[in-house]
Design a protein around this ligand. Structure first.
Ligand code: IMP
Length: 427
């Protein structure tokens, strides 16, 4: 995956594919890493030596000395959590503040967005989305309703105060209608303005920085959060997040033209997981699903929630390859399958409308779908110490080749553990 000019790294399933680790590895070659959507709903876990870092908003490139890390306009910036994360990195000896930049066009996510998120989930009852509770939906709602507050609004403190009080008062109306505890708009404005002196120096024109970097021949990495099936347009709507998680979002979410991007790497787990509500046609019920969850440590990095688990879903992967324009795949967590006698791959869905081999927009078809399964023999031997593709058991290589065949996308990396050195490069 070297030789790129501007590479987008996206989650190819429902998030939690291990993008953080892949971005951390690739950041070595890049000069600049930018996030383009989402906010603190993401949880990117990276292991460096014996240390574990969980990043929510700051790009995983921050763990590499000297790399510039930007948050694009497509991000919703949770101000309080951002500074907690930044201070946490500084406390661990990382010169993060000097290297982080935030778009003046990024929208601010404030306390009332989280309360609105909880209130809205409560109001939905059993039809809840299962959000992370980080206020993501309400922050994007404000953006699209053109009542959002942008980082650049902090330039003029009086204006920023007015905007916050206006938006927070409007939020109170909605909270009141929901019978939820109200917020104090003046307190939220004070808290934000206390951060102003520290945010303003971080403000930058992200699109301009990226364009200049690419023009100077310095590789740029655009780091997606969540996954394609959580995309607000292309995911399993309404059980999605509120942003464009697919590769096209990297252009609109940073302020570059789509032709600047020359490669798209899809990160995909060797099986499937999903956290939150919504259809998961590959889901394995019962003991086998629990075994996969425990072996894979499938608990949310942001919320700690147990993830639902299923076999690798080739219908999802093919769809994801198409909507993202994937040029390569990074297959992660192969080692989690080491002990299975048989491994299955979903190749289609049997539905009321017949056999589907392309991912449908109609959720009702997915809800009743029965997966069509292809069975492959497991390799039943440990792979965590494998460092080259040739050392992998034959059956593991056959599994990888089958995934390439079913998706039509070459696999450039295979992950066999959580450490940097446990990512095998192919070719
Ligand atoms: P929200 O992004 O908090 O609004 O949540 C919407 C949906 O996206 C829920 O199903 C969440 O579980 C899911 N989601 C959001 N962020 C992540 C993530 O980083 N990994 C996996 N699922 C996520």
């Amino acid at each position: 995956m070297s030789g790129y000019r501007c590479l987008v790294v996206v989650g190819a399933q429902w998030g939690d594919e291990g993008k953080g680790k892949i971005v951390d590895m690739l950041a070595e070659e890049a000069g600049l890493v930018a996030r383009y959507q989402g906010g603190a709903n993401a949880g990117h876990t990276v292991h460096v030596g014996d240390e574990e870092f969980i990043l929510h908003q700051i790009p995983s490139g921050i763990l590499h000395p000297g790399k510039r890390c930007l948050l694009g306009n497509g991000v919703v910036l949770d101000v309080e959590q951002f500074f907690q994360e930044l201070d946490g990195l500084i406390a661990r000896g990382i010169d993060a503040e000097a290297r982080v930049g935030i778009s003046g066009r990024a929208h601010l996510l404030l306390d009332y967005h989280k309360r609105l998120d909880h209130a809205s989930e409560q109001a939905r009852g059993p039809a809840r989305i299962g959000t992370t509770g980080k206020g993501i939906g309400p922050a994007y709602e404000d953006k699209i309703a053109r009542r959002g507050i942008r980082v650049g609004d902090l330039r003029i403190p009086e204006r920023a105060r007015e905007l916050v009080i206006e938006a927070a008062s409007a939020a109170n109306e909605r909270l009141r209608a929901n019978g939820t505890e109200l917020i104090d708009p003046a307190r939220i404005a004070d808290q934000l303005l206390e951060r102003r002196a520290r945010i303003l120096p971080l403000m930058t024109d992200v699109g301009l920085e990226i364009t200049r970097s690419v023009a100077a021949g310095v590789p740029v990495l655009l780091e997606g959060a969540q996954g394609a099936l959580l995309d607000v347009d292309h995911g399993t709507y309404p059980f999605v997040t509120a942003s464009t998680t697919t590769a096209a979002g990297a252009a609109t979410g940073t302020g570059i033209g789509p032709t600047t991007i020359d490669s798209v790497l899809g990160v995909i787990k060797a099986y499937t997981t999903r956290v939150g509500s919504g259809p998961l046609p590959s889901e394995i019920d019962g003991e086998l699903g629990i075994r996969l969850r425990d072996l894979g440590g499938e608990y949310g990095a942001t919320t700690g929630r147990p993830r639902r688990c299923g076999w690798f879903d080739a219908v999802v992967a093919r769809y994801s390859a198409r909507v993202n324009g994937l040029t390569a795949l990074a297959l992660t967590k192969l080692d989690v399958l080491d002990t299975f006698k048989e491994i299955q791959i979903v190749t289609g869905y049997q539905t009321d409308a017949g056999l589907l081999d392309e991912f449908p927009d109609d959720l009702s078809l997915l809800e009743g779908a029965r997966p069509v399964l292809e069975t492959m023999p497991g390799w039943e031997s440990p792979t965590q110490d494998v460092r080259s593709i040739g050392q992998l058991p034959d059956r593991a290589r056959r599994y990888i080749a089958r995934i390439e065949e079913l998706t039509g996308v070459p696999i450039a990396y295979v992950g066999v553990g959580t450490k940097r050195e446990q990512i095998i490069r192919i070719g």
